[in-house]
Ligand binder design. Structure first.
Ligand SMILES: [Ca+2]
Length: 308
């Protein structure tokens, strides 16, 4: 009880100083979902976990592909579609009141970890850069909410599949409020297998050379492939992030082909993970939950390992 009281006091103190929400965690692993059911709930609660709150019309729970728990999420893009409203989905943190989620502000940190699997014959959009994990950023001007654009992590198709501008990178970052690209290192993202990608921001309107404390980190399959403190992640000291857009947009021309791919184990947290990478940076990492083997389907063998 004493510890609980102290935690509440510290939370209130933090909010009073920073104006931001207490630490929160949003998770979607699909494991309690019903195969074929749309993943969307206006109050962010569905199948014993969180859910997209809008624009996820083509996203469904599936037993066909999963990294953990025997179920994952199937994402669809239809030929001719721009993707918005159907591809992936949006999680508005303000809708996730049951986990005390809300705007993330200067000085706070946010980690977004997801697993993604593209079929071997998957064709990325023909411009080369695919909108992937986007943290929408705003500030208030009087009573008006003003968009600063997105803190964007783009996922790029394999080299040679598209037109490259400035050299290949599997993952590229830009904050639209500052318009400066950052290209992560690392190899291409393998098709036909699960990949774990993690995206981290420490929010500041000033980068290190301006005396600020901003930070960007990107991990691909547990390896740190991008890190810089030379990017502004907010426009103003009172700016905030209040939503995650997962894909949500294909390109300006419409998809050239109808396709599906899969995601699993999406986790968004502002609570510093206990796991660290080999450089000592806190991250959600490859575990959480540990991987499950696929069901063998043979008589006498367990169908599925329980993932904690
Ligand atoms: Ca799962």
């Amino acid at each position: 009880m004493k510890h609980f009281t102290k935690k509440i006091f510290l939370t209130l103190f933090f909010c009073a100083v920073h104006g931001g929400a207490a630490a929160f965690t949003i998770s979607i692993n699909g494991d309690s979902g019903i195969h074929g059911e749309n993943v969307k709930s206006s109050n962010c609660q569905q199948s014993n976990e969180e859910s997209f709150t809008s624009d996820s019309g083509g996203t469904f729970y599936t037993t066909a592909e999963s990294y953990s728990g025997g179920k994952g999420l199937e994402l669809n893009i239809a030929k001719g579609s721009l993707g918005f409203g159907s591809l992936g989905g949006i999680i508005n943190f303000n809708k996730c009141t049951h986990v005390s989620a809300g705007p993330v502000v200067k000085g706070q940190e946010i980690w977004v970890r997801i697993r993604v699997k593209f079929p071997r014959n998957f064709e990325f959009n023909q411009k080369g850069r695919n909108k992937f994990l986007r943290l929408r950023t705003y500030h208030m001007d009087g009573g008006t909410k003003v968009s600063e654009g997105y803190n964007d992590l783009y996922l790029d198709g394999p080299p040679g599949s598209s037109n490259w501008n400035g050299g290949y990178s599997p993952l590229q970052y830009i904050f639209e409020g500052a318009q400066q690209w950052y290209r992560a290192g690392g190899d291409t993202i393998p098709l036909g297998k699960w990949n774990t990608i993690e995206y981290y921001l420490r929010l500041d309107d000033k980068k290190a050379s301006e005396g600020g404390n901003s930070m960007l980190r990107i991990w691909l399959n547990g390896t740190l492939v991008g890190e810089t403190n030379e990017r502004n992640t907010l426009v103003r000291s009172d700016s905030f992030i209040d939503s995650l857009y997962l894909f949500t947009y294909w390109d300006n021309d419409g998809a050239h082909i109808s396709q599906k791919f899969w995601v699993d184990d999406l986790k968004i947290t502002t609570d510093t993970p206990l796991t660290q990478d080999i450089d000592g940076n806190p991250f959600i990492g490859l575990g959480d939950p540990p991987p499950c083997p696929p069901p063998f389907g043979l008589k006498g063998q367990p169908k599925e390992k329980i993932c904690e």
